[in-house]
Design a protein around this ligand. Sequence first.
Ligand code: ZN
Length: 142
Amino acid sequence: MEQPTPPMPLADPLSDFFWSGAEQGRLLIQRCQACGTFIHLPRPVCRACRSFDLAPEEVSGRGVLYSFSETHKPFHPFFVDRMPYLLAVVELEEQRDLRVLSNLVGIAEPDVRIGMDVHVDFERLSPDLTIPVFRPAAGKAA
Ligand SMILES: [Zn+2]
């Protein structure tokens, strides 16, 4: 049987920078140029000051695990062989409440701790798609 391909992000002018950044191994987050607030998911207007002057900016990729769940039911055939996997909400160090939904890799569920230090990594799912994932920070294992 032919290997299924991963579901692709919608071609969306607002979020294209996020995916093209991942292709380059960079975590890009939208930032308001007027007040400095980071915003994720991308949107056309700053939620803090209503400015339309928003631009992608590379962030450190460091953060803490805010929440997670272990997924056992694949929502797409591509993920069948990857079960179970960990869905994670990561709060990036740049700003309180700046949270990214991603995958947590390199750790098994019993070892996961809320608040643990994590850092971004990039996983190539197909020739056309690289996604940001997060790993436990080196040397900071609980
Ligand atoms: Zn703003």
